[in-house]
Design a protein around this ligand. Structure first.
Ligand code: SF4
Length: 426
């Protein structure tokens, strides 16, 4: 079975199980989430069978542009995270093909799924410099499949200059794709439609961010670990928007009734970078009264947080942005790219907003993006907020470095330390 067939079977099984025997401790809106995921993989599988051209895209960039150009989008790395159960097999295949097996799992398994034919080959690749290993991955795939690649270069500071600089690059990208890939034609009306749905979704996201501040946090760590997709990623964006509304309403109801992942919240942690997909450390923390209201990766604060700069906001740059500039705004706010201070500042601001007591930085093996700046985050969090950071090494798909007792033991010791410094018992 290819990736899509496997995922269709997996998601159908999950939905059947929820229908027949719902777990009342989980959010009921999760069912709509799985239905949306099923729609997505079915659409991608159908597009492949019909020979529709695929564009590989990166996080935060490209989904809307790819769709407005008439591509079916695909982000191999998010597929990799969903195919984690087959992880060991993919590592073996990579070794045979001569690829390194010590890069970040998500990127390398993403590449494996493409080169072994479980995912459709690309006709075009849109990359950006948010993740260095991801850049190498996309470069390798462009060479492997002999297809054109366009790299979006983000500014270091993410300021006003970045808007025009990036919008100009989007125009170049469009011209290149139209020229190089048969049948591709940019339709700006499609992009405007997608932005309108995203604008409406952001109103809910903003509110959900406020709900994450409530104590006890109404969101379980396991659900917070799954960052929301962009609306432009789903084939049926109206249904996706409806899911966000249902999710929001359910969280609101839980918050109003004081229902959370824990009965009594003693500590709140920010989980950073990545985490073991094959395990559930959040449930372990919750047993000790610790919630994880949010998973901080790249642009989580700016995209889903309460800061300004959402689609249609004309205050951030003092003017209304064009559709391509709106795409640029989104990339401009990705804290992964540019100077490390953007990422660290974003994480610290999220700590302030959500009254975080401690940070768990999962030091993903091979993540050149964060292995160094995780230390900067630790130092600044200690100095500016007085909160400690646990640096814990691991791989998010491969279990080779994972020892459950040791991992949870380190979490336990960190919880003890944070409780002692906060003066709570548990
Ligand atoms: S964990 Fe690091 S290397 Fe892996 S995808 Fe994220 S930023 Fe890139």
């Amino acid at each position: 079975m290819n990736y899509f067939e496997t995922q269709i079977a997996r998601l159908s099984r999950i939905i059947k199980k929820i229908n027949e025997n719902p777990d009342t401790s989980r959010l009921s809106s999760n069912k709509v989430y799985y239905e949306l995921e099923l729609d997505l993989v079915k659409t991608q599988w159908e597009a492949w069978r019909k020979g529709k051209p695929f564009a590989y895209v990166s996080p935060h960039s490209g989904h809307g542009i790819a769709r407005a150009l008439g591509f079916q989008w695909l982000f191999p790395n998010s597929s990799a995270n969903r195919a984690w159960k087959q992880g060991p097999r993919y590592f073996d295949e990579l070794r045979v093909a001569g690829f390194p097996d010590r890069c970040c799992d998500t990127t390398i398994i993403g590449a494996a799924l493409c080169i072994n034919g479980e995912l459709p080959p690309p006709s075009f690749i849109i990359g950006h410099g948010g993740c260095e290993i991801g850049m190498e991955e996309f470069n390798s795939l462009a060479h492997w499949f002999h297809v054109p690649i366009f790299y979006l270069d983000c500014t270091l500071a993410g300021d006003e200059n970045g808007i025009t600089y990036l919008a100009d690059q989007f125009r170049e990208l469009i011209a290149m794709a139209e020229h190089k890939v048969q049948g591709i034609k940019y339709d700006e009306e499609k992009l405007i439609e997608m932005h309108e749905i995203e604008r409406l979704a952001q109103v809910y996201y903003k509110d959900i961010y406020e709900l994450r501040k409530r104590s006890p946090c109404p969101l379980a760590g396991r659900d917070a670990f799954r960052n929301p997709r962009r609306m432009a990623e789903y084939p049926d964006q109206r249904k996706a928007l409806e899911y966000i509304r249902i999710w929001h309403d359910e969280l609101m109801e839980r918050a109003e009734n004081g229902i959370g992942a824990v009965a009594e919240e003693k500590l709140r942690f920010l989980w950073v970078t990545s985490g073991p997909i094959y395990a559930n450390p959040f449930a372990y923390l919750e047993k000790r009264g610790v919630t994880v209201p949010i998973m901080f990766i790249g642009g989580i604060g700016p995209f889903y947080g309460s800061s300004s700069g959402h689609i249609g906001d004309d205050t951030e740059y003092g003017r209304k942005l064009s559709p391509l500039e709106e795409e640029a705004r989104r990339m401009n706010r990705a804290t992964w790219v540019g100077l490390s201070s953007r990422w660290v500042n974003g994480a610290l601001q999220t700590c302030r907003d959500l009254r975080i007591d401690g940070i768990v930085n999962f030091r993903q093996m091979g993540c050149t993006q964060t292995l160094g700046i995780g230390k900067l985050l630790e130092e600044r969090a200690e100095r500016e907020l007085g909160i400690p950071t646990l640096q814990i090494d691991g791989r998010n798909i491969s279990t080779e470095m994972y020892d459950e007792a040791e991992f949870n033991g380190r979490l336990d010791a960190f919880v003890d330390m944070c409780m002692a410094s906060k003066g709570v018992s548990g």
